[in-house]
Design a protein. Structure first.
Length: 334
C-alpha cells in the first residue's frame, strides 16, 4: 500500500486508504461496532498508529446526536460516593486518564456498579457507551458481558481473560517479591493480609504469597480483609491473637497496610524492629505512614494512561493486552 499524502490532520479516509478497507469498515473498527473482521480491525489499528489519527470528537457527536464521554465503570459494594475519595487508587486512575481527556475535549462519567444488581446495571451502562469505557474491579464474567453488550470500545484495568482488552499489573510477581524481601531480612514468621477473594487483583496477590511460601519453605499464615484501613486493622488484630510470634507482615494494599500498622502499634509491636511490614500499590497511604511503608509499586497512572490511549486510538481490539511490572519500593517499615 502507498501511504497517502498527509493533511494537517489525518482523516478517517486516510486511515481507510492506508488500511485498504472501506470507510464504513474503518468506522466500525474505530467505534468497536460489529461488521468488521479481526483482520480488518488489525489493519485499521496499524494505520491509525502509523498516521497518528485522532477522531474529531465534535464531528462524531454531531453525527450521532449524543455527547461523547468516557465512562469509568467501578464495581464496588460501597453505597455512597465516599469510596471515591477514600481510596487513593481511584484518584490515581483519574490522574492517568485526564491528560488524554483534556487533549480530546472529552468528559469523564463515573459509573458505580453495585454487586447486588450488577448484571442489570452492566447492561444499562454498556448500552450508553459512546467514546469508550474503562472498567475497574469488574469481575471477569461481568467484563465479558459488558464487552458483548456495548458498541463502544472497552478496556479493563482488572484481569478479565481474552475477551476484554486489558491493562494489567503483575500482582502475583509483586506479592512474591514482597515475601522474598521479608525473608531476605531474616524474618521467618511471615503472615499476609489479603483482599477479598472476589477481586482478581487480590486473588493474584494471594497466589504470589503462596508461590513464595512454597519456594522458601515457610508456613502460609494469612487472613482476609477488605481494601480499606478498617479491614487491615481487623485482620492484623486477628493474626496477632492467633500467631503472637509473627515477625513480618505483607498486606496486599496500602490502606490496609495503614490499618495493620495501627493494629501493631496499639499492641505494642514496633515496626520494623518487632514486625517488618510491606504494603502494596505505593499510594500516598504508604508514603505518609509513620514509619513510611515499604510497598510494591503498582504503576496505576501509567496503566490508566495506556488504557485511554488505546481506547482513543482504536487499538483496544479483542485480545489486546498491556502489562506492567510491580516493583519493590523500600522505606522504613521493612
Amino acid at each position: 500500500m502507498t501511504r497517502p499524502a498527509q493533511h494537517t490532520r489525518p482523516t478517517i479516509d486516510d486511515v481507510a486508504r492506508l488500511a485498504g478497507v472501506s470507510r464504513a469498515t474503518t468506522s466500525r473498527a474505530l467505534n468497536g461496532q460489529p461488521g468488521a473482521s479481526a483482520a480488518a480491525r488489525e489493519r485499521v489499528a496499524h494505520a491509525v498508529a502509523q498516521l497518528g489519527y485522532r477522531a474529531d470528537a465534535a464531528a462524531r457527536e454531531l453525527a450521532s446526536g449524543r455527547r461523547r464521554t468516557i465512562d469509568l465503570v467501578v464495581y464496588t459494594c460501597e453505597d455512597d460516593i465516599a469510596w471515591l475519595g477514600a481510596d487513593p487508587y481511584y484518584g490515581r486512575i483519574m490522574a492517568g486518564l485526564l491528560p488524554a481527556l483534556d487533549r480530546e475535549g472529552l468528559p469523564l462519567h463515573i459509573r458505580r456498579v453495585d454487586p447486588a444488581d450488577a448484571p442489570a446495571q452492566i447492561d444499562a451502562i454498556a448500552r450508553q457507551v459512546t467514546a469508550g469505557a474503562v472498567l475497574v474491579s469488574v469481575p471477569a464474567e461481568l467484563a465479558t458481558r459488558f464487552v458483548r453488550r456495548t458498541r463502544g470500545p472497552v478496556v479493563t484495568l482488572t484481569p478479565a481473560g481474552v475477551v476484554a482488552p486489558t491493562v494489567s499489573a503483575d500482582n502475583r510477581g509483586g506479592a512474591r517479591a514482597a515475601i522474598a524481601h521479608l525473608h531476605a531480612l531474616g524474618r521467618r514468621r511471615i503472615a499476609a493480609v489479603h483482599g477479598p477473594e472476589s477481586n482478581a487483583c487480590a486473588a493474584a496477590r494471594r497466589l504470589g504469597h503462596h508461590d513464595a511460601a512454597a519456594e522458601l519453605g515457610i508456613e502460609i499464615v494469612e487472613a482476609e480483609g477488605f481494601f480499606d484501613r478498617e479491614g487491615g486493622y481487623r485482620a492484623t488484630t486477628a493474626l496477632l491473637e492467633a500467631h503472637p510470634d509473627l515477625d513480618a507482615l505483607f498486606v496486599a494494599q496500602d490502606l490496609m497496610g495503614a490499618g495493620a500498622l495501627q493494629a501493631l502499634t496499639d499492641r505494642g509491636r514496633r515496626v520494623p524492629q518487632d514486625v517488618a511490614l510491606i504494603g502494596f500499590d505505593d499510594s500516598i497511604a504508604a508514603s505518609v505512614a509513620n514509619p513510611p511503608l515499604t510497598t510494591i509499586r503498582q504503576p496505576v497512572e501509567e496503566m490508566a494512561a495506556t488504557a485511554i490511549d488505546a481506547l482513543l486510538s482504536g487499538s483496544a481490539l479483542p485480545g489486546w493486552t498491556a502489562s506492567f511490572t510491580c516493583d519493590l519500593v523500600q522505606r522504613a517499615s521493612a
